[in-house]
Design a binder for this molecule. Structure first.
Ligand code: NAP
Ligand code: ZN
Length: 350
């Protein structure tokens, strides 16, 4: 099926209209019309080949909310007209240890990501959500709670699960002191989710102009990370810190803020290695770890949690024609706090 989209043709050219072909849905597939797609910093890293390994043309987008057009004969969970979500994953082997434990993002035979992954159906690569529609196996389609704003729900499919999963995995609970580093798409979701879990939330930002917003979003305290004396007031005090910064920065400045046995989890993916001073881990038996999105079961749990707690992303809606300007602003940290593409703009104008 011929489908309109926006694609990058190289690391240095702007995204532009591209016609791709979606497969006809098989008996286990769901075909959905895409209503909204969030713009993740990973889209920019991939389009600009900052992590290497991008295949062009590249159609990014893994924060998808859409309406089901058609389902395959064997599909039980969804019917035409349902509002559904698709996140970063569209396939996995289902049989390895990680898949059996509902951790499809770590599939030992190769997770299939929503874009820039080998596509066994087409023989090329997967094409993501900056498009009119997508065809996805039913196991990778999620139910969207009926009470949530649809555009604000799209970013939950990546920014939401990427922050929810490590907060849960590390047992964040009532009364714990939790730090969120970087107030961007992931960071602002981390604040809302950690707050809803009952934590005392401290935001670390490099941007003076985000201080008021951080408090409005639910933070109990905000620290300008360049202010050394403000940082020193928090030495040895955090149970858990989630670092969402996807650029080179000094993580040792945060490791020393952890209590004994505390954990700093890195989710931002800087293109260059980050330096760890191991004495910051040895003294205090502190832990430094990473986390990758979340499995399908946990993503559904996160969506349901957001439904129960009325949590969506703070967004700026754009037409697809403004995607290149949006990338430039995202790189400057100038978005409050996630761009979401209204995909109706693709159907009408290009
Ligand atoms: P974003 O909206 O651009 O937010 C990142 C924030 O980090 C910025 O708003 C800024 O916050 C801060 N920051 C940026 N550059 C900085 C620098 N040089 N030094 C210190 N702080 C800086 O990006 P995002 O969409 O949230 O994604 C963040 C990162 O997570 C990206 O690398 C992305 O690829 C990655 N990611 C990882 C996963 C995963 O599964 N692990 C999933 C999705 C995305 P302040 O202005 O508050 O300082
Ligand atoms: Zn993402």
């Amino acid at each position: 099926m011929k489908t309109k989209s926006y694609a990058a043709n190289s690391a240095t050219t702007p995204l532009s209209p591209f016609n791709l072909v979606r497969r006809a849905p098989d008996e286990h597939d769901v075909h959905l019309e895409i209503l909204f797609c969030g713009v993740c910093h990973s889209d920019v890293h991939t389009v600009r080949n900052e992590w290497h390994g991008t295949t062009y043309p590249c159609v990014p987008g893994h924060e998808i909310v859409g309406r089901v057009i058609k389902v395959g004969a064997e599909v039980q969970k969804f019917t035409a007209g349902d509002i559904v979500g698709v996140g970063c994953l569209v396939g996995s082997c289902h049989t390895c240890e990680s898949c059996e434990e509902h951790l499809e993002q770590f599939c030992e035979n190769g997770s299939i990501f929503t874009y820039n992954s080998p596509d066994k159906h087409s023989g090329g690569v997967t094409y993501g959500g900056y498009s009119e529609s997508i065809v996805v196996n039913e196991d990778f389609v999620l139910r969207v709670p009926g009470n949530l704003d649809l555009a604000g729900t799209a970013p939950l499919l990546c920014a939401g699960i990427t922050t929810y999963s490590p907060l849960r995995h590390h047992g964040v609970t009532q009364g714990q002191k939790v730090g969120i580093v970087g107030l961007g798409g992931l960071g602002h979701m981390g604040v809302k989710l950690a707050k809803a879990m009952g934590a005392h939330v401290v935001v670390f930002t490099t941007s003076q102009n985000k201080v008021e917003d951080a408090l409005r979003l639910g933070a109990d305290e905000v620290v300008l990370s360049k202010d050394e004396s403000a940082m020193n007031k928090h030495l040895n005090s955090f149970h858990f810190i989630l670092d969402t910064v996807g650029a080179k920065h000094d993580i040792n400045a945060y490791l020393v803020l952890l209590k004994r046995d505390g954990n700093l989890t890195q989710v931002g993916v800087a293109p260059e290695p980050l330096e760890v001073d191991v004495s910051n881990l040895i003294f205090g038996r502190r832990n430094f770890s990473g986390s990758l999105i979340g499995g399908l079961k946990e993503t559904q749990e996160m969506l349901d949690f957001c439904g129960q707690n009325n949590i969506t992303s703070d967004i700026e809606i754009i037409p697809i024609q403004q995607i290149n300007e949006a990338y430039d602003r995202l790189v400057k940290g100038d978005v409050k706090y996630r761009f979401v593409i209204d995909m109706a703009s693709l159907r009408v104008n290009s």
